[in-house]
Design a protein around this ligand. Structure first.
Ligand SMILES: [Zn+2]
Ligand SMILES: [Zn+2]
Length: 130
């Protein structure tokens, strides 16, 4: 029994969750670690990865797989993602997709939809400009 350690982990966990909730950038585990470390300099990379996986397994956050990384999102409401194949950034697509019949009515010929994960792959506006 090490109550102190547990307390610290709980504080770290809620800090990580709070950080994820506050951003819309879908950070990778490395980015979460870099950002969280600014405030919690003693946190280890292993802890950050473990906490993220834990949240993911409990369904409190979602993970989005891109070609070469995994990005995290604390927004677990139904929304689609656009993944840029060039810069690897992940963007939320909510408005445009809500117009789509299938997603709006949550019904298909096969059955009704409880939840969904949709990923669009392409080149984002920023990368197109280059
Ligand atoms: Zn891009
Ligand atoms: Zn998202």
């Amino acid at each position: 029994m090490k109550p102190l350690k547990k307390e610290r982990t709980t504080a770290q966990k809620s800090f990580i969750f709070g950080y994820l909730k506050s951003v819309k950038t879908h950070p990778s585990a490395e980015t979460v670690y870099k950002e969280v470390r600014k405030k919690l300099p003693n946190i280890s990379q292993g802890t950050v990865y473990r906490v993220l996986n834990n949240f993911k397994e409990k369904g409190e956050i979602q993970a989005i797989d891109t070609k070469d990384n995994v990005h995290f999102d604390a927004d677990i409401s139904d929304h689609a993602h656009f993944i840029c194949e060039k810069c690897g950034n992940v963007f939320d697509i909510s408005d445009e997709c809500s117009e789509c019949g299938v997603l709006k009515n949550k019904k298909t010929k096969v059955g009704s939809i409880n939840s969904y994960k949709v990923n669009f792959y392409g080149i984002c506006r920023n990368c197109k400009k280059k």
